[in-house]
Design a protein around this ligand. Structure first.
Ligand SMILES: C[S@@+](CC[C@H](N)C(=O)[O-])C[C@H]1O[C@@H](n2cnc3c(N)ncnc32)[C@H](O)[C@@H]1O
Ligand SMILES: *[C@@H]1O[C@H](CO)[C@@H](O)[C@H](O)[C@H]1NC(C)=O
Ligand SMILES: *[C@@H]1O[C@H](CO)[C@@H](O)[C@H](O)[C@H]1NC(C)=O
Ligand SMILES: *[C@@H]1O[C@H](CO)[C@@H](O)[C@H](O)[C@H]1NC(C)=O
Length: 402
């Protein structure tokens, strides 16, 4: 992995791969039949499972500062390995110790944000301080390490989705999706239903909502993302929050001022008319066959453990004639059941009952001659001022359910 961008995208995938099986296994509990009169209430069991899925992320946001300061402490220790004479040159020219001190201080600023996310999360999900304290105590007694990367990634999505700095990246990705939707005939009396699975922090969902004439549902499985999103939704003034998104990775920096810069968010407020449905896309919409006019997958399909289940589910949820709009790469994570090339995805989904439609030339160059799929260079979670410019040849298509 030569880039943090790739690194973060992979983590995004890793969640789906490594945790959902366990999640499924837990789900299985709700289907256990008991021979005596003890009846397991599925809704209660599900609540229990949702509850424990929430505690670990809360714990991780809660420990934001400690986890990051443990890292800066390592950096300090490594720095001590430099011979004294060299260190005094480094100090007199670049003031490296001051840089470490400053970054540690900025982690404290970020911690305020992390704690606000926890505070709002507890309120929103009705978790008491006592419950959370108890969970944290038990977890820490067991020596469980919190997931620092998922916290950092969720917070970096404030930039991708809800800060001015993310504008360029969004402009890479959004116009063809939004243009395709904008061209669909609809009225405010008869809005089209759009579903966006794996929506992250949901900016695209909100841009669809802004077009008007759409009833927008976003879906996200990660409780790290969902906690961040619920927090965003609670904010009532634009650009009222700041944090320092880049201090946890010192590679590819032009200046230390860039590394330490703050970003404010949200550039615009979250709309309550976009619905977030939490949970695994392949299970939470069990009752919704044929419900949606459009499904938009942005940087999503390659998170699948089982791509066929994703495709079948997209097909099942669309009404006949409904459209599937996709934009994203094919970056498979740690343990996919199958890893298909683009041509194989086209063949498979055509067989499942999708017809790929012609799309506008502005949406990229045709990737495979004779097939209606276009490729376009799109960045993901890029630090715009960094020296690393990793991007994907994201694939765009519009396919109609026959
Ligand atoms: C690469 S990220 C893209 C996020 C967002 N679409 C964006 O472009 O910023 C993929 C997202 O899909 C979510 N995800 C993975 N598997 C999922 C599933 N089975 N159901 C719902 N969301 C899932 C991940 O948690 C992650 O937020
Ligand atoms: C009924 O099931 C519960 C829970 O598994 C168990 O503790 C209990 O012994 C069982 N009772 C009988 C009569 O089998
Ligand atoms: C939290 O509790 C309130 C009041 O009892 C309730 O209205 C709300 O739906 C609950 N929220 C969740 C996420 O369960
Ligand atoms: C929307 O429709 C206009 C007019 O037909 C067309 O020029 C444009 O390319 C369409 N946009 C997309 C993204 O398909």
């Amino acid at each position: 992995m030569h880039s943090i961008l790739l690194f973060f995208y992979i983590f995004c995938l890793a969640w789906a791969k490594d945790i959902i099986p366990q999640y499924d296994a837990e789900l299985g509990v709700t289907h256990v039949f008991v021979t005596n009169i003890t009846i397991i209430d599925p809704s209660e069991s599900r609540q229990q499972e949702e509850y424990s899925r929430l505690q670990s992320p809360l714990h991780a946001f809660h420990r934001y500062k400690e986890r990051n300061l443990a890292e800066t402490k390592r950096w300090r220790d490594w720095y001590k390995k430099i011979p004294k004479k060299q260190r005094s040159i480094v100090e007199s020219t670049v003031k490296y110790t001051r840089k470490l001190n400053t970054v540690e201080h900025l982690f404290e600023t970020n911690e305020q944000l992390a704690h606000e996310i926890v505070k709002h999360g507890k309120q929103f999900y009705n978790i008491s301080q006592t419950e959370l304290d108890q969970f944290i105590k038990e977890n820490e007694k067991k020596g469980v390490n919190t997931d620092k990367t998922s916290v950092s990634q969720a917070m970096k999505h404030f930039v991708r989705d809800w800060a001015d700095e993310g504008y360029e990246e969004r402009q890479d990705a959004f116009p063809c999706v939004l243009g395709t939707l904008a061209n669909m005939s609809r009225t405010s009396e008869q809005p089209l239903r759009v579903l966006l699975p794996g929506a992250g922090l949901g900016r695209l969902a909100h841009e669809v909502n802004v077009l008007g004439g759409f009833e927008v549902t976003m879906n996200e499985w990660s409780m790290y993302m969902n906690l961040a999103y619920r927090y965003l939704s609670s904010l009532s003034s634009a650009n009222g929050k700041i944090f320092h998104p880049y201090i946890d990775w010192w590679s590819h920096q032009v200046t230390t001022a860039d590394l330490q810069r703050s970003v404010s968010f949200p550039d615009t407020l979250v709309s309550p008319s976009v619905l977030l449905v939490e949970g695994d896309f392949t299970t939470v919409f069990a009752e919704d066959a044929g419900k949606y006019d459009v499904i938009v997958t942005l940087f999503f399909i390659d998170t699948a453990r089982n791509l066929v289940s994703y495709f079948e589910n997209i097909h099942r949820l669309l009404r006949p004639g409904g459209k599937w709009i996709n934009l994203g790469p094919l970056l498979y994570g740690s343990a996919p059941f199958l890893q298909l090339s683009l041509d194989e995805i086209i063949a498979l989904t055509e067989h499942l009952g999708f017809k790929f439609q012609e799309t506008d030339a502005s949406c990229g160059d045709i990737t495979i001659p004779g097939m209606a799929v276009r490729g376009k260079e799109v960045a993901y979670a890029r630090n715009g001022k960094g020296l690393s410019k990793n991007a994907y040849q994201a694939q765009f298509w519009v396919a109609r359910k026959n």
